[in-house]
Structures are given as structure tokens and as C-alpha cells.
Design a protein around this ligand. Structure first.
Ligand SMILES: *Cc1c(COP(=O)(O)O)cnc(C)c1O
Length: 382
């Protein structure tokens, strides 16, 4: 089976992890800080806070922005459930903005319309969370301009998009957001096993995220209530979690980060070959947003008829092509339906889902692998 995504682990990655195993610190040592510094430099952000998953990083992001009961977070229905769940962790409400059918990202025009309605009803969201679906940036300058007009925070779920660029700058530079989050799950662009990171240019937000990701505890005397008891002393200032990344994970991430541009270049080559070689088939291929460069975490084709999707999906699997579907619209999950969402609420997302298939794209794919994927699609669609 040619998988839709797969990590690439090289001898130097293994050596880096083994070095940590032989060192004094498996957690809370120097390597996590080095990884944070390297990711910040790579994305042109001033601060980065590493976590044990992107879900944790999204959670500290919305928590540091004060999201709580009575607040609302808006995200895209076409994402992994974690984008919405982190708001629910804090007792906040979730709503969605439908996608642009060509890019599968939050549609700025639909956002503008929905904000106008919400403003009139005095129900504006506290946070908008656009998702970089497949590794391509949403139209962040439009989204940020709208958010600024209404005084709303922006957190980018760029789980798919480390190594991508928008407007001439790396995704993660937070030029159009308060915080940006990447995932290092093995199917993503680079991996730490499990892991994620939040970047920001706001030192106060970074400090607060760092505190929340370690139990809400500080060792900074300047922040403490009353006098320190001595060098051992810490205080818990607010409620937090243990979301720390380990040294082993950071060592793997740091080693992988050296190959980020190689990986993204290779994924772009594969995507361009798909664009060219699938153009003659009865498929809708993904649109490119002008001024952006995708990291191509996913390559999603859409069948013309939803009725064919299951047959084609099963046919491709039977031919050894490890296709997958990203994503089932979040609002259609039973958990979210129980909160009041219904089929039909976000038609572009539902139409996208009904026709989408993610075909394999990852740096270890050979030309022969890609040809096998294309041949299998041709056979299934003929
Ligand atoms: C993978 C992913 C997440 C969650 O990442 P984890 O590191 O697995 O917690 C969140 N959002 C999106 C869009 C993702 O693809």
C-alpha cells in the first residue's frame, strides 16, 4: 500500500534522539529551547512554545487569549476536530465559517457576511481560527483585516503548513495573526512523534502560553504574590496543564527541521506533477491562492459526482493506493450535532466532503509510486 502520508526518518535523526537518551535530561533540558529558537527563526516569529501535540498548542493559544465560558470561537468545518474542540475544553462555544470551494479554506467573503450578522446581534466571536487546509494558507490578510475591524483575535491552525509561505513570508511569522500553531504528528511535514508548537510575536502571550503549558506555574519572583520562600519556590498563578514537549521529541524535531525546505520542495514537485497529469481526468483539482506557496501536506482531488466517491475510494484501496478522506465536516459529528448543528448548515463544506479523496503525497514517494497512483485513478475513473 502506498500511504497517503509517511514520516521520513534518517540515521542522523536516530543519532540525535540517542544522544538525548544518553544525556542528563529527558525532559526540561536544553534541547526543547533550541528547537523553539530554531522554529521561531525558521518562521520569522519572535517566540515559540513547544508542546506535546498541536492540540495542546491550540489549547494554550486560546487559553492565553482568555477564551472561556460565554465566548465564541469560529473555525472552518473542514478541519480536524481539534480545531473546534479546544474551545469546548474551556467551556466556550464554537461556530463555523464555510469554505471557499476551490481552496477548501475559510472563505473571507462568507466570514465578512457572518461577522456583519454577528455584530448586529452582539454575538461576535472572541477568536477566529482559520485552518491552512492541505498546507495552503487561507487569505490571511483579508481575514486579519476583518478581525481587526471587529476587535477579534486570530489563531492560525497551520498544523499542515510548516514550510509554507504567504505574501513572501513563512507561515508562522504571525504577520496576520496573534498566534500560529504547527503539528509534528508523523503524517505532517516534519515530525517529533507527537508534538506541536505555537509561534507568536507577542512576548506576553508567549509567557502566558509557556506558563499554561506547565501547570500555570511560575518561578519568576516578579510575578509572585508576596515574597519568595527561597530558591525552590514556585507559585501557581492560574490553572494550566502538563503539555510540555520532551527532549527526545525536540531532538527529533530539530534534526528534521534541517530538511524542511527539502521536504516542501519535494512535495511541491509531486503536487505539480499531479496537477499536470490529472488535468485530463474527470476531477476537480485544488486551486492555488495567488501569492502563497503550499507545503502540500495533502493533495485532495474531488470527483465530479458524490455518488461515485465510495466506489472509487474502495477501488483505489484495492489497487494498493492508501487514499484517505480529510475531513468529515466537524459540525456533522454527533458531538457537534448534539450542540445544535445540522446537515445543511455549511453547504460548501458538505459538498467538498462528499466528493473529496486525499491521494498519496509525501517526500519518500518515488516517481513509480506516483505513476501507480495516477494509473489507478485513471483506471477507476474510466
Ligand atoms: C493534525 C491536526 C491537528 C492536531 O494535531 P496533533 O498534533 O495531532 O494534536 C489539529 N488541526 C489540524 C488541522 C490537524 O491536521
Amino acid at each position: 500500500m502506498i500511504p497517503y502520508g509517511k514520516q521520513d526518518i534518517r540515521p542522523e535523526d536516530i543519532e540525535a534522539v540517542v544522544e538525548v537518551l544518553k544525556s542528563d535530561f529527558l525532559t526540561q533540558g536544553p534541547v526543547v529551547g533550541n528547537f523553539e529558537t530554531a522554529v521561531a527563526a525558521n518562521t520569522e516569529a519572535s517566540c515559540a512554545v513547544a508542546c506535546n501535540s498541536a492540540t495542546s498548542a491550540l489549547h494554550i493559544a486560546v487559553s492565553a487569549l482568555g477564551l472561556g465560558p460565554g465566548d465564541v470561537l469560529w473555525t472552518s468545518p473542514i478541519s480536524f476536530v481539534a480545531s473546534a474542540n479546544v474551545a469546548r475544553f474551556n467551556g466556550a462555544d464554537v461556530d463555523f465559517v464555510d469554505i471557499d470551494p476551490g481552496t477548501f479554506n475559510m472563505c473571507p467573503d462568507k466570514l465578512a457576511d457572518k461577522l456583519e450578522v454577528a455584530d448586529a446581534a452582539n454575538k461576535l466571536p472572541k477568536i477566529i481560527m482559520p485552518v491552512h487546509m492541505c498546507g495552503q494558507s487561507p487569505d490571511m490578510s483579508q481575514i486579519k483585516a476583518l478581525a481587526d475591524r471587529y476587535g477579534i483575535f486570530v489563531v492560525e491552525d497551520a498544523s499542515h503548513a510548516i514550510g509554507a509561505a504567504y505574501d513572501g513570508h513563512p507561515v508562522g511569522s504571525c504577520r496576520h495573526s496573534d498566534i500560529c500553531v504547527f503539528s509534528f504528528h508523523p503524517v505532517k511535514i516534519i515530525t517529533t512523534g507527537e508534538g506541536g508548537i505555537a509561534t507568536t510575536n507577542d512576548q506576553n502571550l508567549a509567557d502566558r502560553m509557556r506558563r499554561i503549558h506547565t501547570h500555570g506555574i511560575t518561578r519568576d519572583e516578579a510575578l509572585m504574590a508576596g515574597e519568595t520562600h527561597g530558591p525552590w519556590y514556585y507559585q501557581q498563578l492560574e490553572l494550566g496543564w502538563n503539555y510540555r514537549m520532551t527532549e527526545l521529541q525536540a531532538a527529533l524535531g530539530l534534526s528534521q527541521l534541517h530538511r524542511l525546505s527539502e521536504y516542501v520542495d519535494r512535495r511541491n514537485m509531486l503536487a505539480e506533477a499531479y496537477d499536470a497529469k490529472l488535468a485530463g481526468l474527470p476531477l476537480d483539482l485544488p486551486d492555488r491562492l495567488a501569492g502563497s506557496r503550499s507545503s502540500w501536506h495533502l493533495y485532495v482531488v474531488q470527483l465530479l459526482e458524490a455518488a461515485d466517491r465510495r466506489r472509487v475510494f474502495e477501488g483505489l484501496r484495492a489497487r494498493g493506493i492508501g487514499v484517505n478522506i480529510h475531513y468529515i465536516p466537524i459540525h456533522s459529528q454527533p458531538y457537534y450535532k448534539a450542540l445544535g448543528f445540522a446537515d445543511g448548515d455549511f453547504p460548501a463544506s458538505e459538498d467538498y466532503y462528499s466528493r473529496a479523496i486525499s491521494i498519496p503525497v509525501h517526500p519518500g514517494m518515488t516517481e513509480a509510486d506516483q505513476t501507480a497512483v495516477i494509473d489507478a485513478l485513471e483506471a477507476e475513473l474510466s
